[in-house]
Design a protein around this ligand. Structure first.
Ligand code: CA
Length: 226
């Protein structure tokens, strides 16, 4: 993999880069957000490891700019210990994963490899699915209904796929956090509710019941036909 590491702590970035290279990855290091954005514009990378606290701009702003250019580059945030709001903000900004400082480089490496596997589309993810008036194309992360096309963020697309796979069954927020976000702690915020809300705005039809029913105190149920 060709990895761009954006971290202003010189000793930490030296250690991480060394280990990534030992594991067979190419690693380029930037200490500032602007420098990273310039490199991203000039070369192709397979993944980015991004410190939240950079001297010139925060990591969230870097990811927002990457996503604004519609680049699907997998991003792992490096966040401060216990900064739950940072992790959630990072995931909302369009990050794919996070590692909390201080971390074992091996953990970072393992997460990077998971992202790599996930970003290589296997045959199963190109299967087109239908629900209601929509046709879901997970590979292009797109919904179509007649002439109407709705683009989906990677996380929104994963959420629809998980909901579809368990149609008619109640899924808890905890289940969704684990299976859509890979989060195994309580983020203490409404990251799931917020995305369900966003998804409803995209897939529901005015004047009809929602595809995604809220079951108070339990979670959500997906209905192919609301
Ligand atoms: Ca820093």
């Amino acid at each position: 993999m060709r990895v761009i590491l954006v971290e202003d702590d010189a000793e930490l970035s030296r250690q991480v880069a060394l280990r990534l290279r030992e594991a067979g990855h190419a690693c380029e290091v930037c200490a500032r957000g602007e420098a990273a954005l310039r490199r991203l514009g000039a070369a192709d990378f397979d993944a980015m490891i991004l410190d939240v606290g950079l001297p010139d701009m925060d990591g969230f702003a870097v990811v927002e700019r990457v996503r604004a250019e519609r680049r699907a580059l997998p991003v792992i945030f490096l966040t401060a210990r216990d900064a739950v709001t940072d992790r959630v903000r990072g995931l909302r900004a369009g990050g794919d994963d996070y590692v909390t400082k201080p971390f074992a480089v091996e953990e970072l490496l393992a997460r990077l490899e998971v992202l790599q596997r996930r970003s290589q589309p296997g045959p199963e993810v190109s299967v087109v699915r239908r629900f209601g008036r929509w046709v879901l194309d997970p590979r292009r992360r797109r919904l179509r209904s007649g002439d109407e096309t709705v683009e989906l963020q990677p996380r929104e697309c994963s959420l629809i796929e998980v909901l579809l796979a368990h149609e008619g069954r109640v899924l808890s927020k905890r289940y969704l956090l684990e299976n859509v976000w890979d989060i195994r702690f309580d983020p203490g915020t409404n990251v799931v509710d917020a995305m369900i809300c966003r998804l409803r705005r995209k897939i529901d039809t005015a004047g009809q019941a929602s595809h995604i029913e809220t079951v108070r105190g339990k979670g959500y149920v997906f209905h192919a036909v609301p």
